[in-house]
Design a protein around this ligand. Structure first.
Ligand code: ATP
Length: 219
């Protein structure tokens, strides 16, 4: 059984596919930052996940206006993030797909290849919570996964709770809200600071910062 290029660690596929709670953390990772690291770690702990698949997206339709680094550069940076915890794994499924990538296609492909006992949890921040209705076949997405949502600084919690209640009523599906507030870090901010030569200590993992400097990304 094959799950795209899902396992990057050399561990056999069978190892992770039965009766497990798998977190899927999709993102542009343009670049990955300590906010991503924090979310992935907290998701593992708080929701007792067995592992988190770090899933760099190919060409996200709604982000085409941003200067998105190429797939290979983002893949290598997310690989560095994946090395920070043995329960993180890089999933290159979407990077390998041509053109736009849609979460529903990824979830369907995963579901086809994973045993029915495997539960899929999709990790998002509250900004993404509000964007879900713009996703392709978003109603279907809810039938494939449970969302784990992390509050993002600046997002109104009253509005977040209303949105979650709306999804609950529409899909009879609970969005699990983390008790951990995501740190005040975004890739947008990192890109700007990096281009301006501002120090990024504490905002980006050292290995990724080194990679960004060596490869002159965003410049
Ligand atoms: P950009 O600034 O380019 O939009 P980003 O920092 O939001 O990027 P993405 O790779 O787009 O990073 O994020 C992937 C997912 O992680 C999204 O669901 C986003 O909401 C969530 N996320 C990223 N950073 C944080 C954070 N600091 N707190 C909470 N959620 C976050």
């Amino acid at each position: 059984m094959q799950l795209g290029k899902l396992p990057q660690t050399g561990r056999p596929v069978m190892d992770f596919e039965r009766n497990k709670k798998i977190g899927i953390f999709g993102g542009t990772f343009n670049p990955p930052h300590n906010g991503h690291y924090y979310l992935a770690k907290k998701a593992l702990e708080e929701f007792s996940l067995d592992e988190v698949l770090l899933l760099p997206v190919g060409l996200p339709p709604h982000k085409m206006q941003d200067p998105v680094l190429g797939r290979e550069l983002r893949r290598r940076m997310v690989e560095l993030l994946a090395e920070m915890d043995p329960r993180f794994r890089l999933c290159t499924m979407e990077l390998e797909r041509d053109g736009y990538t849609y979460t529903i296609d990824t979830l369907r492909a995963m579901r086809r290849q994973l045993g029915p006992g495997t539960e899929l949890y999709y990790i998002i921040g509250t900004d993404t919570l509000f964007e879900l209705p713009t996703w392709k076949e978003y109603e279907q997405v809810f039938s494939y996964t449970t969302f784990l949502c992390f509050p993002r600084p600046g997002d109104s919690m009253a509005r977040v709770r209303r949105q979650i209640a709306y999804y609950q009523e529409k899909f009879q599906k609970t969005v699990l809200l983390s008790r951990h507030l995501g740190p005040e870090i975004s890739s947008t901010e990192i890109r700007e600071m990096f281009v301006n030569g501002e120090p990024l200590d504490g905002l980006v993992p050292d290995a990724i910062l080194e990679f960004m400097e060596k490869n002159h990304v965003f410049r």
